[in-house]
Ligand binder design. Structure first.
Ligand SMILES: [Zn+2]
Length: 388
């Protein structure tokens, strides 16, 4: 990455707050060069073409739609678009907004060079370790909030004030009938109804000729659906498609597809019929989806087998050229993928860490030279690497 990042400010970001920040932005240890301030669409086009900008900054709610701008910029190699979300400066506070913007700019600079580097690294790699977090499935369309949530859960939103599918998973429903009415629908729309997302299919296309292994916190089986070899997927946090004893009295897991679909069909007024409430066949306790949310999470034989395969895979990496793809991994459970991937990258001399994360694309100091990071959509990046 070059030492200096050239930024073009599109007209609409020139509000009072950005004007206040302008001197700071401009003087940031010479790393940023504000190449131009575009006053209108024609200005912007001319400036981007003439001034070799790395980044164009624009606010999301502008008259020229970001999509139009993105299309225009896509034709110019090496220029990245940073779209500032509506109200970004007010919401974050000026200093935080600046820091956020700086990170985004750094991440977006030299986009095409970075894509090329990643493509090369994957081509040369003798092994690829994939870490899939929630952001990966979100990129595949399995978004847990917004329209996808409100359209599927209107009745639950009205009755319980639920806000999204992530936090709803922790909602203390007063009865088992209500809990399973929610959970069956959650499981059906996230685990059983969706086909494999495009980004998962592209990802497989990218690595299928390679030796690979997947570790994921996602419980939606998307890797398996896309065709990744089952013996190479370690789903650490469980699987929506399995039931377990709520008190973990034994470590057998039970497929729940038929029961789930029946619960969805037979529920009304946010309740399933009582006779469908699952009970542990050993102790008679209630049951839970096999998801790690308390100390009763069941790790069955298959889980332990995959866990040791993962350890063996990592131990065998040695000084081979390897690529770690960290995809959409945030800070909910960083000890599962994020921190170990940093350690592995530091430990192995020929490791390249590729981090794609919309919210946390920052690169650690230790692995600065070995990391290539992006804050764009995962699907967009993976597709672009496939097409190179
Ligand atoms: Zn039991």
């Amino acid at each position: 990455m070059s030492d200096q990042v050239s930024v073009i400010l599109a007209a609409p970001v020139l509000d009072t707050i950005l004007q206040k920040m302008y001197p700071v932005f401009n003087a940031d240890q010479g790393r940023f060069r504000v190449a131009s301030i575009a006053a209108n669409w024609q200005d912007l086009e001319r400036n981007v073409r003439n001034m070799k900008a790395d980044v164009v900054l624009v606010e999301a709610d502008v008259a020229n739609s970001p999509q139009q701008l993105a299309q225009f910029l896509a034709a110019i190699p090496g220029v990245a678009l940073v779209v500032l979300p509506p109200g970004w400066a007010q919401a974050e506070g000026t200093i935080r907004a600046f820091s956020w913007m700086r990170t985004k700019c750094t991440m977006n600079a030299n986009y095409h060079t970075k894509l090329e580097k990643v493509g090369q690294a994957i081509q040369n790699a003798e092994a690829i370790l994939i870490g899939g977090g929630a952001g990966l499935s979100a990129s595949a369309g399995l978004v847990y909030s917004g329209e996808r949530f409100t359209s599927h859960f209107a009745d639950f939103i009205e009755q319980y004030g639920l806000t999204d599918m992530y936090s709803s998973g922790f909602y203390p429903f007063p009865t088992q009938e209500e809990k399973w009415a929610y959970w069956s629908r959650h499981i059906q729309v996230n685990r059983y109804d969706p086909g494999p997302g495009q980004v998962y299919c592209d990802l497989l296309r990218l690595v299928k000729e390679k030796v690979y292994f997947v570790i994921t916190t996602n419980a939606d089986a998307q890797f398996e659906k896309a065709g990744f070899v089952r013996e190479c997927i370690f789903a650490v946090q469980g699987d929506y498609g399995k039931l377990q004893c709520a008190k973990a009295c034994h470590d057998t897991l039970y497929d729940n597809e038929d029961l789930t679909r029946q619960m969805v069909v037979e529920q009304s007024d946010c309740r399933i019929p009582s006779h469908l409430v699952p009970r542990c066949p050993r102790c008679g306790e209630f049951m839970e989806p096999n998801l790690r949310k308390d100390q009763y999470f069941v790790e069955d034989d298959a889980w332990h087998q995959m866990s040791s395969r993962y350890s063996q895979f990592v131990a065998a990496l040695g000084d081979k050229p390897i690529v770690l793809l960290e995809l959409g991994v945030g800070y909910n459970t960083p000890s599962i993928i994020k921190f170990p991937f940093e350690r592995i990258t530091a430990q192995y001399p020929n490791a390249t860490l590729v981090r794609i994360n919309r919210d946390y694309p920052e690169v650690s100091h230790t692995n600065r030279e070995k990391t290539i990071a992006f804050s764009q959509d995962i699907g967009e990046i993976i597709a672009a690497i496939c097409e190179r």
